[in-house]
Design a protein around this ligand. Sequence first.
Ligand SMILES: [Zn+2]
Length: 251
Amino acid sequence: MAASLFITSPALSAASVVHGFSLRAAGDLRSSGELSRLLQAAGLHTVVTAKQVHEDRVVGALRDGSQTELLAASEPLTSTVAAEGADAVVALGPEVAVGVFTADCVPVLLYAPDSGAVAAVHSGWRGARLSIAARGVRALQEATGADPKQVIAAIGPCIGACCYQVSPELVATFRNLFGADVADERRHLDLRLIVERTLRNALVENIEQVEGCTSCDTGSFFSYRRDQRNTGRQLSFVRSGSEAHVRTRLP
Ligand SMILES: [Zn+2]
């Protein structure tokens, strides 16, 4: 039997949403061959991703794969590389799959049952500080009329608090923003908990933590930190429903 290429969220599966968080067995998803194999296994033809830059810009993905701005970066970006990037992608239209690449950062998949719309968010510590997951929810709300209280959010495998030791400065920053319990006395930061709090701040109530530490579980995941940067990427993907609608007037 072929090894499983991805895992799923019980909450999104119960809502019949096509989605997944890839496993190491799927290979490095930056490779087009590995990507096609994963998409085929998931029953998808294509997936729209963005050039991720650890900022907080949100783009919308159209059916033809083109992208449109939904929320500009909150701070002016000096680098043109960053200005072209985005860390959250909202599907604008029916049966559009969107995705994010990670290898320790937190992938978040959002589904709005009232509009059938979806979004994929990439949040490392920089994105978490900028509440990128909450901005993904806001963009979903503005573009599709989704009610955040009905949104289902699935937080996927990422580096766990077990493995993520950070500087005293970062611990102080995140404790100020999200509460004392987001780090322990060994300066281990709980990014999952922080992302969950950013989602709760955006009024999302239905949040599922899909378990897995990318650093501990060597067999299942690539880890940027553990593998000293020389590693592959996981892809987390989600497809909008066949009736998904948008209210944003598109250019
Ligand atoms: Zn761990």
